[in-house]
Ligand binder design. Structure first.
Ligand SMILES: NC(=O)c1ccc[n+]([C@@H]2O[C@H](COP(=O)([O-])OP(=O)(O)OC[C@H]3O[C@@H](n4cnc5c(N)ncnc54)[C@H](O)[C@@H]3O)[C@@H](O)[C@H]2O)c1
Length: 313
């Protein structure tokens, strides 16, 4: 089987490749390295069945070799990155998705879109199930990300209905683990780096806002289950163990045996107060079941960050 993966040099992409590379006939990664890194894929680069192509998916990519799967991961994914690169983020989700869909259409490949729980915005219901339409500010400070993904979903659905493309939309909930960038402002890495450095742990807001954190292995298993699902569907993938940001900070302090103090800063505009996936559909249809509990996942992530301690800033 041949795979084309946009954004494959990023956090999730690098783990996904690790799972498929030994059985794949070919994996081609298109990435502009805006937030990803060659280091994430360096162990694959020497393999005969792996190709890295520096390419920005907002531009057409000419390919003649038939791909069985097209997986569209390319996008800025952290608030720091999409605030820094708002136009590229919008173009990755819009023109980039159309370009990726075009490749899938050309070869009748199975298409997988990495969408996000952010399409639910600041949700008015919890947990969020796939049929919830969300509560999104279309011009707010997170809109370049949220709306680009909402467009990407609409574009994917249009290719399913007009061209009968076989495509799955995966709404990924907060995922953490090895190969995350340490300085891109995502809460798990922020807290771990602060704790390991004995710096103050910064909580935005009162810390009572919730998230549901999924360890990378579970998220990637969910993506692979969806990739092998023969019909076009929308699935939430993540972990439904909801916790407050304050409890996350306390747990990380315990696991790192840190002397850091927790300090509080103003909650950013439009920061969602609650985030919990309803996994009923993905469990029932895909047989998806997250397996890694938060203590195990965080411990592995902390160990990896310690091993890469030269990166701690
Ligand atoms: N990690 C999460 O918690 C999470 C949650 C929801 C959705 N997602 C989605 O999963 C996907 C992967 O996220 P990640 O966490 O691995 O982020 P990441 O930043 O580590 O990876 C994204 C990759 O896309 C590349 N990229 C960005 N814009 C591009 C462009 N225009 N052309 C080509 N390459 C481009 C980056 O260089 C990077 O390698 C993203 O689409 C993201 O929106 C991630």
């Amino acid at each position: 089987m041949k795979y084309l993966i946009t954004g494959g040099a990023g956090f999730i992409g690098s783990h996904l490749i690790g799972k498929i590379i030994t059985k794949a006939d070919k994996v081609i990664v298109l990435d502009n390295l805006l937030t990803g890194s060659k280091k994430n894929i360096e162990k694959f680069i020497k393999l005969d069945n792996f190709e890295f192509k520096p390419h920005d998916i907002q531009h057409h990519y000419d390919i003649s070799e038939k791909m069985d799967y097209v997986i569209h991961l390319a996008s800025c994914a952290s608030p720091l990155a999409y605030t820094k690169f708002p136009i590229n983020t919008l173009k990755s989700g819009s023109i980039g998705t159309i370009n990726a869909l075009g490749i899938a259409r050309k070869f009748n490949s199975k298409f997988l879109l990495s969408s996000t729980s952010e399409i639910y915005g600041d949700p008015k219901i919890s947990p969020q199930s796939e049929d919830y339409w969300g509560n999104v500010n279309p011009t707010g400070p997170r809109s370049m990300y949220d709306e680009s993904k909402r467009f990407a979903e609409a574009a994917t659905q249009a290719y399913v209905s007009e061209y009968d493309l076989n495509a799955n939309i995966i709404r990924i909930f907060n995922t953490y683990g090895e190969n995350m960038q340490l300085n891109d402002g995502r809460v798990v890495t922020n807290f771990i780096v602060q704790a390991l450095n004995n710096d103050n742990i910064t909580i935005y807001g009162d810390g009572l806002q919730t998230r549901s954190f999924s360890y990378i292995e579970d998220t990637v298993n969910g993506l692979l289950l969806a990739l092998n699902y023969p019909k076009s569907e929308i699935f939430n993938i993540g972990n439904d163990n909801e916790m407050s940001i304050k409890d996350l900070a306390t747990l990380i302090l315990e696991l790192t045996k840190s002397d850091s103090k927790i300090i509080y800063k103003k909650l950013p505009v439009d920061d969602p107060l609650q985030r919990k996936p309803d996994l009923t559909k993905s469990k029932k249809i895909l047989g998806y079941q997250p397996k890694i509990d938060i203590v195990t996942g965080l411990s592995k992530t902390i160990q990896w960050i310690k091993n890469n301690s030269n990166k701690i800033v």
